[in-house]
Design a binder for this molecule. Structure first.
Ligand code: OGA
Ligand code: MN
Length: 197
């Protein structure tokens, strides 16, 4: 995985999390969703953050102390190990991770974008883990990633958001979008960050 990131800039790995761990994480997300703990995802950061239904329709719950159950804590520990491996192999100077659960209800999508806020460079590596047991072709909600850095045309890959699959890529380099989901689609999305470049 780390080698793929170092040599190619993006990588997709099925079964990054075993089924039991991924299911526990899915349950934590579902409980929080049913408790109404999520809010609509915005576009932009801080004071510039706005809701743009034409751009994205997912709902998010940031991982923080109160909202983080045991399964999420374990996953964060896995990511911490991954962060150290990436730093050893790629010298990216990643110092932490910020992430959230995401839910795409039926009909939700996220239009093509890069994961870096305008005028910032702190989000260096994106990591997305999917939590959907029994996801079928035809359920929509695939991640589409254009595989040539900086280009929103040319070759692309379609990734099914299946339970335990992890996708990692350089946040500022790879255009990507989420096609409309036909079933409720759950994931944990986050970013390894550097201290402002
Ligand atoms: C994001 C994003 C993709 C996905 O949250 O920035 O691009 O497959 N998510 O959930
Ligand atoms: Mn994104």
């Amino acid at each position: 995985m780390v080698e793929g990131l170092a040599t190619r800039g993006w990588v997709c790995l099925d079964g990054f999390l075993d089924e039991a761990a991924a299911r526990s994480l899915a349950e934590e997300s579902l409980h929080a969703w049913e408790d109404g703990d999520f809010r609509r995802a915005g576009v932009g950061r801080g004071a510039e953050r706005v809701i743009r239904e034409d751009v994205r329709r997912d709902h998010v719950l940031w991982l923080g102390d109160e909202t983080t159950g045991p399964a999420a804590k374990q996953y964060l520990a896995r990511l911490e190990a991954l962060r150290q491996e990436i730093n050893r192999a790629c010298f990216l100077g990643l110092f932490d991770f910020e992430g959230h659960f995401a839910v795409y209800p039926p009909g939700a999508f996220y239009k093509a974008h890069l994961d870096r806020h305008r005028g910032t460079a702190d989000r260096v590596v994106t990591a997305i883990l999917y939590l959907n047991d029994g996801w079928q072709p035809g359920d929509g909600g695939r991640l589409r990633i254009w595989t040539e850095p900086g280009r929103q045309d040319g070759p692309c890959e379609w990734i099914e958001p299946r339970l335990g699959t992890l996708v990692v890529f350089l946040a500022g380099d790879y255009w990507h979008e989420v096609e409309e989901a036909r079933k409720t689609r759950m994931s944990v999305t986050g970013w390894f960050r550097t201290r402002g470049l």
